[in-house]
Design a protein. Sequence first.
Length: 644
Amino acid sequence: MPAPKLAQPPARIQIGAPAPMIDCGRYPAKRTVGDLVTVGADIFRDGHDVLRAVARYCPPDASTWREVPMRRVDAHLDGDRWEGHFEVDQTGRWSWTIEAWTDPFATWRGEIERKVAFGQEDLSGELSEGVVLLEQAARRARRAADKALMTQAAALLSDANTPESGRREVALDAKLLEAVERYPDRSNATTLDQRLQIDVDRERARFGSWYELFPRSWGGLSGVAKQLPELAELGFDVLYLPPVHPIGQTNRKGANNALVAAKGDPGSPWAIGDATGGHTALHAELGTLDDFDALVATANEHDIEIALDFAIQCSADHPWLTEHPEWFNRRPDGTLKYAENPPKKYQDIYNVNFDSEDWRRLWEALLDVVMFWAEHGVTIFRVDNPHTKPLAFWEWLIAETHKNHPDVLFLAEAFTRAAMMRQLAKVGFNQSYTYFTWKSSKHELAEYVTELASSGMQDYYRPNFFVNTPDILTDELQHGGPPKFASRLVLGATLSPTYGIYSGFESFERVPVRAGSEEYENSEKYEIKERSLDGPLLALISRINAIRRANAALQHVDNIQFLETESDALIAYAKRTGDNTIIAVVTLDPVLAQEGVVVVPAELGLAPVFTVTDLLSGESFDWRMGRNFVRLDPYRVAHLLRVS
């Protein structure tokens, strides 16, 4: 068989398994500003030649590439995994690749070193090869001192009058190696087949504390604005508002999801639209656009961002039903098909038809909604049920939004199949709801958070651990009482860098509409309550939020290590970022006191004996590598220990 007809021989260096890479490079990985990005790959070739490699990277909209050296990370095992690190200092889409080449001088030097150690006496042939390599390097050198050093070394190696010992000393001179290394020959370098990408977002995409409330229960938009100083003092970064638009009259739901509304029932905010407007209008009883703008301005003064619900659905009274009837699903008999998620039925809501022949104008209209609120200062959109809409639509809408508002973030409210939740994150959602709400045992929590932190999901899936929502009142909150509220708060706020609570959590609201249901009795989705920030859990919430802000270790998810407790009623884990290490211990039992140990392993990198300070109580303890006694009870549900 004839040899391949190629202009150049095939590359001998192999670059495989690059990371971070999502779906073979189809989607970008995610990072936030200030992150130190670690890129890695398996780099090897046939033979025993010494290899060199660099990670090359390019910031958004830049034409100049930068590079950092890569090093073997498992050299002690003679492995082939290499890593390099670079910091991302601006938002946008970064590109990166890897370039590797053979280092003939280092290869030659290593050969000389081994033969000298073995006791070989005559190295004249080998030294003559070094002369050629030094002459080539001298021609590449740009610094006069380096060029002179190489030229002098080549002359000494080729001088028969130089003693053999002197020639060997020159060949193995460390400064000579450093000089040659500064001018590598990359003429036959191998580059990764594709340029990979990283989307860099601002910090809020990764870290933040959310508070959700219904404005109509707080005196409208102006009433909410009055709460912002206290929310800021409590340490919240994001205020999330369910839909603030007009609510339809047709099929309006009554209290506790009744099919027929009584006189005065306000209806569900998710039944969007009436004769006064749709997704770009405000409910008249909440206030005006001027009130909304004032709310945003006040929030900005207190470093709080406004997140707005983006629900792609309409009441029967939404203007779109008459202006664009082709955007909605109709049965063969002409009736509209209301929204369902069996066994749940939403008789007051109609979904849009993404299979409409006029789908392009539908997409554009939905983009207009996002752009409208972004221009009024909304920086985060919590998207309702994105898994029931086309993935291609989300990839397009998020990309289009970022052209004009690159700092806008999107949170996917999807509780569905894992593959769909992961895919929503890949196509562009900056944050995602999770299954945390239903993970309660030690094993479930450790298994799930480990998946989020180290399965590869950490490169694109940013979790938001809401401990409750208007739709989710879990069985353990219903029956666990205040201690369970406290422990779930600590878990959500320390396992994940982003977490949230829905108002009423701080007051231990936990009565279901009926046994076996996760719906609240007298749900705020269907009636107006009189709310105020005065719940007994607020002091702990404030303390937890302050601890999160002061400790970088709690602002990441991929730095977690679960620790043995020798008790299924206690869960313990360590988080470490730089020199900041936090060890958390939380009881899962809301009734009885629990005793156990926290086993600190050597791989955590701590001293044999060290001091920890409980950031919740202020107490200090002497801990050590190995077993450490702990005791928690319903009145003291957690230790948050900072290692001194």
